[in-house]
Design a protein around this ligand. Structure first.
Ligand code: GTP
Ligand code: MG
Length: 448
């Protein structure tokens, strides 16, 4: 998988039928293989769409010569009619001519190996393809464009400068900190640490953008959980009836609120019951709340709060939760001020208060950092963990530099600075292991 000497082939368009399907060849033999299976008399002109025939179809072929192609290698793309049979045939013929079937993500891996993309950008390609909301796509696109790469590059350059100064100072052992004064070095380290720490903090919001959030709906029977669920997803997915105990299993659906991808989970109403099915439903409900990023605790505002509502409020007190007082369209039996928790009044059936609820949900998920239109620079947990490791190394360097009894010798500080740089280089992939690469690219689809 890590060799770039052979030529790989795969169908680049999604499985199934379509107007057009594309087979992609990449590697040194791509032009020759294409010429032979397209029975061309003259070689394909660079970046020109050429009409041609394969054994089974009329196609258009385009040659993107190395190094100005997606992979950095010679690429030939063959657009055929989008029939799985025809496309498979082209792939098989290419294999008979010496191409090898590409592994998942292998085209993008090659782009990384040839230096066309760094690892952050290669991962962004995968995220862009997987994106289901515009905000996810924006965040991935920014990373593909190199916003995070540039931030890390700037931090790395600052560290490298400092390292050069400290290493030069080592040649003047008597004086110590000859080329960089310890205070100035500490200031430089602190500046980089603050930038990286900001990225790490922002990564929580980034994870939300990339992975979405899980929201479970909790409450006793008949308070309108399923009605609220349907209102949030905008469809009649969950069954709603006047009979308490309607929902007995988890019902899951995704919704997109302002670009954030939410997985909503409707649950069985909480009550003591002999019914075996309902007992299991309630157990599942509890597990769903525990695993959720946010729990919507639904109360019926048209009926007095009873002991089971209070039990539920107690039970969910430790969770990240938002209390929703439903059935606001009916005469209220209690006021929000009667309960001492943050709550929103809504009517799931009429739609009253739903916009306020959506805003509160977003605010709770994003914390106070707000600015939800602004995609986070770091959305990937691998990156966040490495940046955190970099920060820790820099904080060790700071401690050494600001030692009250005088700065520690340069060697100590240098070790920490080198550790910090190593973490940054793992983010961009300048330093990485085959295992990590294998793991990252195995998530990709074939043909990308
Ligand atoms: N007036 C009014 N009725 C509502 C509202 N929301 C739900 N209802 C009614 O309340 C009843 C129960 O609604 P569901 O959404 O099934 O309640 P649930 O909490 O999912 O109930 P279980 O699945 O049995 O736990 C139905 O008759 C709904 O029409 C609301 O905002 N206003
Ligand atoms: Mg229900």
């Amino acid at each position: 998988m890590f060799s770039t000497e052979d030529t790989i082939v795969a169908i680049a368009t999604p499985p199934g039928r379509g107007g057009i399907g594309i087979v992609r060849l990449s590697g040194p033999a791509a032009p020759a293989i294409a010429a032979s299976l397209l029975q061309l008399k003259t070689p394909l002109a660079a970046r020109h769409a050429t009409f041609a025939r394969t054994a089974g179809d009329q196609v258009v072929a385009t040659h993107f010569p190395a190094p100005h192609s997606y992979t950095g290698e010679d690429i030939v793309e063959i657009s055929a009619h989008g029939s799985p049979v025809v496309l498979r045939q082209i792939v098989e013929e290419a294999m008979q001519e010496g191409a090898r079937l590409a592994e998942p993500g292998e085209f993008t891996l090659r782009a990384f190996l040839t230096g066309r993309l760094d690892l952050v950008q290669a991962e962004a390609v995968g995220d862009l393809i997987e994106a289901v909301t515009p905000l996810q796509a924006r965040a991935a696109f920014d990373q593909l464009e190199g916003t995070l790469t540039d931030l890390i590059g700037a931090a790395d350059a600052a560290l490298l400068d400092l390292i050069a100064g400290l290493e030069a100072s080592l040649d003047f052992p008597d004086e110590g900190y000859h080329f960089v004064e310890a205070g100035a070095a500490a200031a430089a380290v602190r500046a980089v640490e603050e930038k990286l720490a900001h990225l790490v903090r922002d990564a929580k919001r980034g994870r939300l953008i990339r992975e979405g959030a899980r929201i479970a709906i909790a409450g006793k029977p008949n308070v309108g959980k399923s009605s609220l669920f349907n209102a949030l997803i905008g469809s009649g997915r969950a069954i709603v009836t006047a009979v308490p105990g309607t929902t007995r299993d988890l019902v899951t659906e995704t919704a997109d609120i302002d670009g954030l991808r939410l997985e909503l989970i409707d649950t069985a109403g909480l009550r003591d019951t002999e019914d075996e099915v309902e007992v299991e439903g309630v157990a599942r409900a509890r597990r769903a709340w525990k695993a959720a990023d946010l729990v919507l605790v639904v109360l019926d505002q048209s009926r007095p709060i009873d002991s089971s509502d209070r039990d539920l409020l107690r039970e969910t007190a430790a969770a990240s939760r938002l209390v929703v007082a439903n059935k606001h369209d009916l005469p209220a039996a209690w006021a929000l001020s009667d309960i001492d928790v943050e709550a929103v009044s809504v009517s799931a059936t009429i739609g009253d208060g739903m916009n306020v609820l959506r805003d509160r949900i977003l605010a709770r998920l994003e914390g106070e950092s707000g600015a939800r239109r602004d995609p986070a620079a770091v959305t990937n947990m691998r990156h966040a963990a490495l940046l955190e490791r970099g920060c820790e190394a820099l904080r060790r360097a700071l401690t050494a530099l600001e030692n009250p009894a005088g700065p520690a010798p340069e060697e100590f500080v240098l070790t920490d600075l080198h550790d910090a740089r190593a973490a940054l280089e793992e983010v961009t992939g300048r330093r990485t292991s085959e295992d990590v690469l294998r793991h990252i690219f195995s998530r990709f689809c074939i043909g990308k």
